[in-house]
Design a protein around this ligand. Structure first.
Ligand code: MRU
Length: 344
């Protein structure tokens, strides 16, 4: 990644305001929990791993605020609740907050300065681990790409969605580092255009060949453009390998199967939720109607029209050819592979 999506600087969580890309590259310094929670809710920081890392640092911010509170530990616990209520689908958010909560439980009886230091150290570990995880996903996934590959992707599962260079796009970056020639077709990804605004921006910044297409063009591109594979990220993967990812992913998976194009999902182990047997149990976030009716900053539907705006959909495991993780590449049946990974 040419720029850091988020990092901890002095006493603040510094992050790119992704709602402003690609026009403006602007950073926000978050020094209070409300600012962190608002940034996650409004997609200033987004993408499952980045949401988890941001929330972890949000807990550190809460520990800083706690200095002026009567019940400092109570304040940090309340902040964890606030952060957990921001977005429901990406399990990395809850995974990171559980880790921070565990540390808080261990040190709750110690002085606040010590609580703060332990929380900062855990958040930094989560950040560093995410960076290593991206590299491992990249290495494992690059092996699936030939010397010259055309990849179609949906939404943004790149550097902007993680602490390093992504999950789905990590595969692309790693393959390019290995000397392979990779061209990417990026679905624009309505309604919030993470594909055209973010994926195209970061690939262009990195010098990777990228072509933006409207979502409705995916079928003909898969038929006519010799696409070698589809690679997408994930917000939560159920124990059976069903995958929740950005709305529209399911449709792309159906199209890929129709055109005999392999459909790969790239995600860290922290995105796999073994507590959910199948994808129908994954909570799907519904977002405000104006994201659809005022899509491009302009009214694009009649006032007060009914709108359905789920942010994610679930792709059934039978349409997923492989799940690329930091631990290795899983193929169906997924559950025994996941069970083995989580038990060793
Ligand atoms: O609503 P968003 O932009 O947070 O959705 C992001 C996605 O769906 C990504 O594909 C997913 O989080 C994986 S990011 C490595």
């Amino acid at each position: 990644m040419p720029v850091a999506t988020l990092n901890w600087v002095d006493d603040a969580l510094r992050l790119i305001d992704q709602t402003r890309l690609p026009e403006d590259l602007i950073y926000i310094n978050c020094r209070d929990v409300e600012t962190v929670a608002e940034a996650i809710k409004m997609l200033r920081v987004r993408g499952a791993p980045a949401i988890g890392v941001a929330a972890a640092f949000g807990v550190v911010v809460a520990a800083q605020e706690a200095v002026s509170r009567e019940d400092p530990v109570g304040h940090i616990r309340a902040a964890i609740e606030t952060l957990a209520a921001t977005r429901p689908t990406a399990v990395n958010l809850f995974w990171a907050l559980d880790r921070m909560s565990g540390v808080l439980d261990d040190v709750a009886d110690t002085p606040l300065a010590q609580i703060h230091d332990r929380l900062l150290s855990e958040a930094t570990i989560i950040f560093d681990e995410d960076r290593e995880t991206c590299r491992a996903i990249g290495r494992n996934g690059a092996a699936l790409l030939g010397g010259e590959s055309k990849v179609l992707t949906h939404c943004n599962a790149g550097g902007l969605a993680t602490a390093d260079y992504g999950t789905a796009l990590a595969v692309v970056y790693a393959a390019v580092e290995e000397g392979k020639r990779v061209a990417v077709y990026a679905d624009e990804t309505r309604p919030l255009l993470q594909g055209s605004r973010l994926t195209a921006w970061e690939l262009q910044q990195s010098g990777v060949d990228v072509t933006v297409i409207c979502d409705s063009m995916a079928a003909s591109v898969l038929r006519d453009k010799s696409i070698d594979c589809v690679i997408v990220g994930a917000d939560r993967i159920a124990a059976n390998g069903d995958v929740a990812n950005k709305i529209g992913t399911y449709g792309v998976a159906v199209l890929a199967r129709e055109h005999d194009v392999p459909f790969y999902v790239a995600a860290p182990l922290s995105t796999i939720d073994m507590s959910l047997e199948e994808g129908g149990l994954i909570p799907i976030e519904e977002r405000a109607s104006d994201e659809v009716t005022y899509g491009m900053g302009k009214q694009t539907a009649p006032e007060d029209v009914a709108v359905y705006n789920p942010a994610f959909d679930v792709t059934p495991n039978r349409l997923v050819d492989a799940i690329i993780t930091d631990r290795g590449v899983a193929r169906a049946p997924y559950e025994p592979v996941f069970q083995e990974w989580f038990s060793s």
